[in-house]
Ligand binder design. Structure first.
Ligand code: PRP
Length: 207
């Protein structure tokens, strides 16, 4: 059977992702600093990459499969299969603003500045609502942007809401409900069909 290469995301999705594959009989093996990591199933190997990079690895075929959040996946616009929704990584992509900030419009027709790690999804959301905004792309720590007047509002992920509260922000609108999802390269799903179907069955039972 052919070998499948699986891209796992660093960060908060890593442990549940590795746990899912462990339950499916493919536990990550210690590989020191090596980036291609063998598993207890010789037909499956892993690479661990930044969450935002999983879609491009899978779309290009550098990895056959991957786990990512639907937030990152929709933002990337990657053309991949999504064979399995997973039961972890639930959160929301929201518009948030300081407690007393004007919303959904600023006085005097001023165009709102919106800081976010999700420029495409944010732009699409406000465009669909017919509300022009200036998107300010940032790489992280988005919640600080309104405090420093970099932006009026933000678009970011919310899980517990603790980060928003700690920075004096409140949710205004939900853009997307997100969760972890298994993604697959279109070509390798066909070329490695036996291995793919076998793994899919094991993951469905493990999840
Ligand atoms: C995410 C997100 C928020 C926070 C929300 O950041 O960007 O900052 O988690 O979680 P909460 O509602 O439970 O407080 P993450 O910790 O993944 O780090 P990042 O900013 O580097 O993406």
């Amino acid at each position: 059977m052919s070998r499948l290469r699986v891209a796992l995301p660093k960060g908060r999705l890593f442990e549940p992702s590795a746990g899912l594959f462990r339950s499916a009989g493919a536990a990550i093996q210690d590989s020191g600093r090596k980036l291609l990591i063998p598993s207890t199933d010789p037909a499956i190997e892993f690479l661990v990459v930044k969450p935002g990079d999983v879609p491009v690895y899978v779309e290009s075929g550098a990895a056959d499969l991957g786990i990512t959040g639907t937030d990152v996946l929709r933002e990337s616009g990657a053309d991949v299969l999504e064979p399995l929704e997973l039961q972890f990584g639930f959160c929301r992509l929201v518009v948030a603003a300081p407690t007393h900030a004007h919303y959904p419009a600023l006085p005097g027709g001023v165009t709102a500045r919106v800081a976010t790690k999700y420029p495409r999804l944010s732009q699409a959301f406000f465009a669909a609502a017919g509300r022009p905004v200036d998107i300010i792309p940032v790489g992280g720590s988005v919640e600080v942007a309104p405090l420093l007047s970099l932006s009026h509002w933000i678009v970011d992920l919310v899980d517990t809401g603790n980060t928003l509260r700690a920075n004096g922000l409140v949710e205004r609108e939900t853009i997307l409900h997100c969760g972890a999802v298994l993604v697959a390269n279109r070509a390798s799903q066909k070329l490695k069909l036996d291995a793919y179907l076998d793994l899919m069955e094991r993951l469905e039972h493990a999840g």
